[in-house]
Design a protein around this ligand. Sequence first.
Ligand code: ADP
Ligand code: ADP
Ligand code: ZN
Length: 221
Amino acid sequence: MNLVFLGPPGAGKGTQAERIAGMYGIAHISTGDIFRENIKKGTELGRKAKEYMDRGELVPDEVVIGIVREALAGESCSQGFLLDGFPRTVAQADALEEMLQEIGRPLDRVVNLNVPDQVVVERLTARRTCRNCGRNYHLAFNPPKVDGVCDACGGELYQREDDREDTVRARLEEYRRKTQPLIDYYRDKGLLVEVPGDGSVDEVTRAIQEALGQGHGHTGS
Ligand code: ADP
Ligand code: ADP
Ligand code: ZN
């Protein structure tokens, strides 16, 4: 199964992608995680991306498209993939279509997580992220078992610099201008499934599973 998760920053893409990719045994590819790993390691790619990320702007298309091309070629994608945070522009979506055509693995579904703006801001400003594995928590809605420590790997939790309120606003602007058009783009291609994202984490997971189980495709469960 080959999937894309769409939705504004804070919609719950990363949280749900980790669960759904685990359930279906497919690779979870988060472009944001790849950038943060590169920033941590101090690579050239990280240096380039950080400049944009800190301002709440999108990283240039050609940079992102290159890393996705590389990720899709990886062994871990052999059973399928879930793209989280890519594509974010029409140019990225067109490039993705071309790449997938080349390797003969078309998208099965694009899941759009619908969450009102107010909820998004509430979620992002109390998000905490694992420095080591990238898993996301929320201080109130989805807290770790031990304060400041990742349940999955024991890593240290921190607040992303771009999760402060002023940068969150800039990211929502970018989303509206550049990413929102992809909803119609994928609806027109007949790939879009809309899922309400404002229930509990478990409720949203169930709603996504239901949406993926419907209609065509080889969705398994
Ligand atoms: P995205 O990848 O779309 O930016 P995340 O998965 O990181 O979103 O979620 C954003 C924040 O909201 C995190 O703090 C996460 O723990 C929290 N969160 C995710 N899903 C829910 C939910 N259904 N209810 C409440 N909080 C959630
Ligand atoms: P969120 O889901 O909270 O918006 P991400 O981790 O997906 O956060 O992305 C963080 C930042 O990384 C974005 O604000 C942007 O600067 C950069 N980024 C991630 N994915 C892309 C992409 N597909 N195109 C351009 N920039 C991206
Ligand atoms: Zn961790």
